[in-house]
Design a protein around this ligand. Sequence first.
Ligand code: TMP
Length: 204
Amino acid sequence: MFITFEGIEGCGKTTQSKLLCEALIDKGFPVVYTREPGGTPAAEELRSFLLKTRDEKFPPFAELSIYEAARAFHVENLIRPSLREGAVVICDRFIDSTVAYQGYGRGIDISLIERLNSEATGGLKPILTVLIDLPVEEAFKRISERRKDRMESEGLKFHRRVREGFLELSKKEPERFLVLDGRKSVEELHRQILSEVLGRLGAL
Ligand code: TMP
């Protein structure tokens, strides 16, 4: 079972994905917890390049290509082998982030991104995507204390487009997406996510 978490920065997806991971381990499921960009040594190197490079302009196409390259390493070396071994794979961000950030955020043609997503993953898609939705102003308040990386330093308008992108994606595939209100408490969100996942694991 392949589960992904999506949302804008500060929405709470990392907290929730880790809580889900702990809860499933407690119940005896084999779980692999990972993230994008990253998850393997090569993909983690690409992550730091993507998030730290600031000394020259970062062309949107270069950004897109490197996110996709990191994904190809990740799917080939970690996600597919783990799924083959029967693990529940929980991934903090995946293909939908590329459509939301590089498509809706940067303005790159969505059909090109869909094509590259499909090449990088060999067609692999999550069975469940938890989208934690939060107004951008609220998210910005939450991350205001952090030292911001290159993507987090983008303005309000960029992140509004990204949020809109995620919501549009969830409307296109309602059976894959579980959309939750990020203003709910950590405990309430966790309860909802766990119950959805256990339901689906039972149904497999
Ligand atoms: P994180 O810090 O939430 O793990 O995500 C890293 C940053 O990378 C975040 O700003 C979202 C961005 N990102 C993209 O722009 N495109 C992608 O395909 C992915 C996976 C992440």
